[in-house]
Design a protein around this ligand. Structure first.
Ligand code: CP
Ligand code: NVA
Length: 301
């Protein structure tokens, strides 16, 4: 049987995404009660990280341990992949040994090539193009705090980057409006935007984006691999910092999310991320619960 991969949010249907969020909430409650649930006893996850990580690594490793399995952390410094062994060969070898592979890398095409040659499910744990696992947690967090997101307005402020692309996918799948305020030159991929069926649109002005928003989201100005562009980006993105003033036109009970790590005083003001609208710590915790639900979907059905 062909393995089921999760490289992009639309790899699961809207119905599956809604069910996954529901299951993540159940798994969170199960854990809070102290009940053990070990559907992956004896299973192993290979974790390939070509970029740094705190949340993704800890949440996937913890998920595997709590599910009765184990995880192997593989950095390019330690594997032959880092010395130029072809990704296709690496995929064939690793997937003969482990039960699921999680990859964080640069080019999206690389994870697609890996998946083409893998016998087991491959999960995108962030590429330059997308971060679908983060959206599982973000959508769970919204539902927990405010219920169904269908018909709501979400404002994206800042870079049209990997996180923005996955938000565009979520807008289409869960049927909410996504208003994207990005400076010129930092737009999301037009093909991804076109695919959103009109649910996502580009608005340059940050205040128009946050007006009436139920959720305001941002991300770093320079993603991993773009550190040298930091100065140019700092200039371009300064008006897009999520400040208390920019939160003002949003709904009074609007939520604020950020995938983290955050830079206070850059993309978000300290009084916003540490203030009453912010749910970033629940959002970070939900990486664990939502990825457990994802592992069940990919490995237990
Ligand atoms: N949000 C997120 O993916 O965080 P890490 O880079 O710490 O994994
Ligand atoms: N856009 C950020 C997300 C980090 C989780 C990056 O790619 O570095």
């Amino acid at each position: 049987m062909e393995p089921r991969h999760f490289l992009s949010l639309p790899d699961i249907s809207a119905t599956e995404l809604r069910a996954l969020i529901h299951r993540a909430i159940e798994l969170k409650a199960l854990r809070a009660r102290g009940d053990s649930h070990e559907p992956l006893r004896g299973k192993v996850m290979g974790m390939i990280f070509e970029k740094s990580s705190t949340r993704t690594r800890v949440s996937f490793e913890t998920a595997m341990i709590q599910f009765g399995g184990q995880a192997i952390f593989l950095s390019p410094r330690d594997t032959q992949l880092g010395r130029g062994e072809p990704v296709e060969d690496t995929a064939r070898v690793i997937s003969r040994m482990v039960d699921v592979v999680m990859i964080r890398t640069y080019e999206h095409a690389k994870i697609e090539r890996f998946a083409d040659f893998s016998q087991v499910p491959v999960i995108n744990a962030l590429t330059d193009r997308e971060h679908p696992c983060q959206l599982l947690a973000d959508m769970q967090t919204y539902v927990e705090h405010r219920g169904d997101i269908r018909g709501r307005k979400v404002a994206w402020l800042g870079d049209g980057n990997n996180m923005c692309h996955s938000y565009i996918h979520a807008a289409q799948l869960l049927d909410f409006e996504l208003a994207i305020a990005s400076p010129e030159g930092y737009d999301p991929d037009p093909d991804i935007l076109r695919g959103a069926g009109g649910r996502a649109h580009l608005i340059r002005d940050p205040e128009s984006a946050t007006r009436g928003a139920d959720l305001v989201v941002t991300d770093v100005w320079a993603s991993m691999g773009q550190e040298e562009e930091h100065l140019d980006r700092h200039r371009a993105f300064a008006p897009y910092q999520v400040t208390a003033e920019l939160m003002q036109p949003a709904q009074p009970d609007a939520l604020f999310m950020h995938c983290l790590p955050a830079h206070r005083g850059e993309e978000v003001a300290a009084d916003v991320i540490d203030g009453p609208h912010s749910v970033v710590w629940d959002e970070a915790e939900n990486r664990l619960h939502s990825q457990k639900a994802l592992l069940e979907l990919l490995l237990c059905h």
